[in-house]
Design a protein around this ligand. Structure first.
Ligand code: GDP
Ligand code: MN
Length: 395
């Protein structure tokens, strides 16, 4: 799950990373109140879960109350790179002397954590990184080693923080790491990590996180009370919401073939098979969702899953692809029949079983004699059939 800047800031603040004062607002009235509280000048910033807001006109400096309101009236109706603005952050404006970039992310290949950093941060960071790749440092934090102040100080030095900034940068790196670990994040990025203050007064200068981007690992949400505090106020997909309530891994997609399987890999292959079949048949039929019912695919789980998939009006057919393991295909077949009794849907369902008691499962389905229930021997065959049903080429 990606966080909005106003939410990500909270997590940085909890670790004691300096950020400008800021208030989230969703209409001009709230903006006016927030601006008076924050003071002038301030920065009005679009809240969208996508970067490059500055370049898209989503970050504006305002010197007065009227300018703050006008800026928010420009920004609130915006859609930036297909993301509708959910509100604005009214933030204290800082005098920027220099912009650094620092991020921590998961590195799946080396099974540790990447620290990417450059002394040339700001909105042009990607362009600068392309032209001067040597200016971007890629460092690592070992998952098992302690990352302490000494290690953080070495890292701050090698990143190229100017001498006077090294100690504070080391503190911030350490706090970013704690933020990353304690929140089960997959990304914590600060750009710019700005040096701010009065250029003529050395004692006024310090580092401050002027922007924050954080992604959280959805697999860890159970450890954080479901991250209820970060629920998106704009839009929650009702099918994804229902699936979450049942503890199912579901992602809503745009096609017309519902897909249910067990194991993320098998479900991904099923999605590919459906897309491939749609292309082969020249109908461009696509999967309507990803749904992984997991290892212990009981009858009840199957029933809940079919219920969610069939309640989606864009679904024209369903592909069920199950590899029997802990739960036998016999159990899954019973679940499918129970679900159909309950739901009474007549949409075509194509089932492919493999593994534990596959033949018995298919037999139960065949003997049930349901007109809309079809069985297939292979995944490709099942995907072809389901795609044809969705295209209404057979019925
Ligand atoms: P992004 O474009 O989505 O990454 O949004 P940022 O929050 O990073 O803002 C973009 C740019 O606006 C920054 O790189 C800064 O140059 C500028 N900016 C943001 N906040 C301030 C501020 O308080 N003072 C000044 N002078 N510039 C700011
Ligand atoms: Mn930024």
């Amino acid at each position: 799950m990606d966080l909005y800047e106003y939410q990500a800031r909270e997590l940085l603040e909890e670790q004691g990373i300096p950020t400008p004062k800021a208030i989230f607002a969703q209409n001009s009235h709230e903006v006016a109140e927030a601006a008076d509280q924050i003071g002038y000048p301030n920065v009005i910033k679009a809240q969208v879960k996508i970067g490059h807001r500055g370049q898209a006109g989503g970050v504006k400096l305002a010197k007065t109350r009227d300018e703050s309101i006008l800026a928010s009236e420009d920004i609130l109706p915006m859609t930036i790179h297909k993301h509708k603005v959910s509100g604005v952050l009214v933030a204290e404006a800082k005098n920027i002397l220099h912009e650094y970039y620092v991020s921590i992310s998961v590195d799946r290949s080396s099974r540790d954590f990447d620290v990417l950093a450059t002394a040339n941060g700001g909105t042009e960071v990607e362009e600068i990184a392309k032209e001067h790749p040597e200016s971007v440092k890629r460092l690592h934090i070992d998952a098992l080693d302690d990352f302490d102040l000494e290690a953080a100080t070495k890292m701050a030095e090698s990143i190229g923080f100017y001498h006077a900034d090294v100690d504070q940068a080391a503190q911030i790196l350490l706090k970013m790491w704690r933020c990353f670990k304690e929140n089960d994040a997959t990304l914590v990025e600060i750009n710019p990590l700005a040096k701010i203050g009065d250029p003529d007064d050395e004692s006024s200068k310090s580092l401050c996180a002027l922007d924050a981007k954080i992604s959280l690992d959805d697999n860890a949400s159970f450890r954080h009370d479901g991250w209820k505090r970060f629920t998106d106020p704009i839009y929650v997909d009702p099918y994804e919401q229902k699936a979450r309530e049942h503890g199912l891994h579901y992602v809503h997609l745009k096609g017309s073939v519902g897909v249910i399987g067990n194991g993320a890999g098998l479900v991904m292959s099923s999605l590919d098979a459906v897309s491939g079949a749609g292309e082969d048949q020249g109908t461009n039929v696509k999967p309507a969702n990803f749904l992984d019912i997991g290892g212990g695919a009981s009858a009840e789980v199957m029933s809940n899953s079919l219920g969610i998939v069939l309640s989606d009006p864009q679904v024209e057919s369903v592909l069920i692809n199950v590899y029997g393991g802990i739960t036998s295909c016999e159990q899954v077949a019973k679940g499918i029949l129970e679900a159909l009794d309950e739901l009474g849907s007549s949409k075509p369902i194509v089932v492919r079983f493999d593994g534990n008691a596959a033949a018995e499962g298919l037999n139960i389905l065949a003997q049930a004699g349901r007109a809309n229930l079809h069985v297939a021997q292979t995944m490709e065959e099942a995907a072809q059939q389901a795609a044809r049903f969705a295209a209404k080429e057979v019925r």
